[in-house]
Design a protein around this ligand. Structure first.
Ligand SMILES: [Zn+2]
Length: 126
């Protein structure tokens, strides 16, 4: 029995350790970025992918999961930023930060700087 599983997150593009057993169809949350993933297969390695269809629900849940994981709170611009993220998803196909110019994987919300604890230094995300 494997109790520690290494799972690749296609949102933040790194692997995280999931403690506990996983089985196909199981829904889990990436412990790095808060993305909700569903286990697609477990052999020969674990594959998980995004599963929420509605973009607004997906990014809202991801942001709330991420805030919960890091013990962050939202500022008064939460709805505005979520709206911007949904707009970016509509235009460019993913949740690129609406505050950043480049639509690159590092800027998919929560962006790399935020995942790397920038909030602790700045007091807020970019
Ligand atoms: Zn992730």
């Amino acid at each position: 029995m494997k109790v520690k599983n290494k799972i690749y997150c296609e949102v933040c593009r790194i692997s995280f350790i999931y403690k506990g057993e996983v089985e196909a169809g199981q829904e889990i949350v990436c412990t790095v970025c808060g993305a909700e993933l569903k286990i697609a297969e477990t052999e020969p390695e674990i594959k998980a992918s995004r599963y929420i269809e509605d973009p607004e629900t997906e990014i809202r849940r991801r942001a709330e999961n991420f805030a919960g994981l890091r013990n962050y709170t939202f500022n008064e611009d939460k709805e505005l930023v979520l709206e911007g993220l949904v707009g970016k998803h509509k235009m460019y196909g993913d949740f690129y930060c609406p505050c950043r110019f480049d639509n690159i994987p590092e800027n998919v919300c929560p962006c790399l700087a935020t995942r790397m604890n920038e909030v602790r230094k700045l007091g807020h995300c970019y």
